[in-house]
Design a protein around this ligand. Structure first.
Ligand code: PLP
Length: 409
């Protein structure tokens, strides 16, 4: 098996914020034989996952499932609802928001990219990448749009490049306060299944999700949760679409089937993941991630290093970004940690390249796995010559030992 043959002993620590580790139970489900995707058994599976995924998005409305990575579902959200030249308002929270903006521009949409305001001592070139979406800026921009040229507002819920989880309900309130008809589209690719997310309650028109993060699946499927208004906008939207078109998918989904060959084995995995998440209970899942994140942040704080997210109100429960001291190349540090301790950390993306690394704490994990991750990072920092204020490992252990109760939100 290629390079995996000389893999070290023990289990690799896959601590990037997606793909996240896939539980054995899900791997076993995926290994079942591929069945006839037009046969009777398949319809049962299809109806089950379509009903289950609605519960995960907290919606009563249809969810389209694509055999594609998250990027495909980004494109699907735009081509089903918009026409060439439409103006889309997007918010620059980080690298993923920037990629979605580029994708929109390539589709022939006009994009306006709002950046957060303020300055930053550590990363002056990326000040807006340390905070969440500023709903006031969105409201002010929408109020100025008297001609109603803006057709959609697009924001990232959990910005995976920075570790910032924006307040989506506040964005909906901003749109409503401005009395603006724009659709609200949200990327929750890395939030879904880890951070609280409420498609219906928050008035989201299209929510974009992916398989390989909080849902604990391998990469390969992605989602569009829809609102009735989003489905309606298909009637007037003229961007070309065929494979991504919601109407044919939603129509065939009524019986649990798809117009094209679905990703059968990943759907077995999805069925298992939904069972696991719902058996635990979504409030418990979200509380577990919040508790883990607080423990990892305790470690970073003990080290005396800055957390990438500068606003405690929007700390991500999914991952924590850490800014390395000036002169310490975060990617060299990551490579050192990978080669010495078989631990994968997330790289600094885009404007953050070399200046920070990301620790994932999502999905199929536990206290000891996270303590081990913190230990690997701490050893790497010491080897790289970084002076640490105190032991992050002890801080994380103290946090996990002292906080046994998983309180529900
Ligand atoms: C991972 C991720 C993406 C990209 O998804 P792919 O599956 O790599 O196409 C987009 N947005 C966010 C917030 C992500 O975390």
């Amino acid at each position: 098996m290629l390079k995996l043959d000389n893999h070290p002993t023990g289990r690799h620590f896959l601590q990037i914020p997606g793909p996240s580790p896939v539980p054995d139970r899900i791997l076993r489900a995926i290994s079942l034989p591929t069945i006839d995707h037009r046969g009777p058994e398949f319809g049962v599976l299809g109806l089950k996952v379509l009903a289950g995924i609605r519960q995960i998005f907290q919606t009563r409305h249809p969810v389209a499932i694509y055999p594609a990575s998250g990027t495909g579902a980004w494109e699907a959200a735009l081509v089903n609802t918009l026409s060439a030249g439409d103006l889309v308002l997007m918010f620059e929270t980080g690298h993923f928001a920037s990629l979605w903006q580029k994708l929109a521009a390539r589709l022939g949409l006009e994009t306006e990219f709002i950046a957060g305001q303020g300055t930053d001592e550590h990363l002056p070139h990326a000040a807006g990448w340390r905070r969440g979406v500023d709903a006031n800026l969105i409201e002010a921009r929408l109020r100025k749009d008297v001609e109603r040229r803006i057709k959609a507002v697009c924001v990232v819920h959990n910005e995976t490049s920075t570790g910032v989880t924006s307040d989506i309900a506040a964005v909906r309130r901003a749109i409503d306060a401005a009395g603006h008809p724009a659709l609200l589209m949200v990327d929750t690719i890395s939030g879904l299944g880890s951070a609280d997310y409420r498609h219906d309650e928050w008035g989201v028109d299209v929510s974009v999700g992916g398989s390989q993060k909080g849902l604990m699946l391998p990469p390969g499927i992605s989602f569009n949760a829809l609102s009735p208004r989003a489905l309606d906008s298909m009637k007037t939207a003229t961007l070309p679409r065929s494979f991504w078109a919601w109407d044919e998918i939603v129509a065939m989904n009524a019986d649990g089937y798809w117009p094209t060959t679905p990703n059968t084995n990943l759907l077995y995995g999805l069925s298992e993941a939904i069972d696991m998440l719902l058996a635990e209970g979504l409030p418990q899942v979200f509380a577990r991630h919040q508790r883990w994140a607080a423990g990892v942040r305790a470690a970073v704080t003990a080290w005396g290093l800055p957390i990438q997210c500068a606003d405690p109100a929007v700390y991500s429960p999914v991952l924590t970004g850490v800014i390395t001291p000036a002169g310490v190349d975060a990617d060299a540090l990551r490579r050192l940690i990978h080669s010495r301790f078989d631990l994968s950390l997330g790289t600094g993306l885009g404007k953050l390249k070399g200046r920070m690394f990301r620790m994932g704490h999502l999905g199929d994990s536990n206290d000891l796995t996270l303590v081990a991750m913190v230990a690997g990072v701490e050893m790497g920092l010491k080897l790289a010559g970084v002076k640490l204020a105190a032991s992050g490992v002890h801080a994380a252990m103290d946090h996990f030992a002292a906080n046994t109760q998983e309180t529900t939100t």
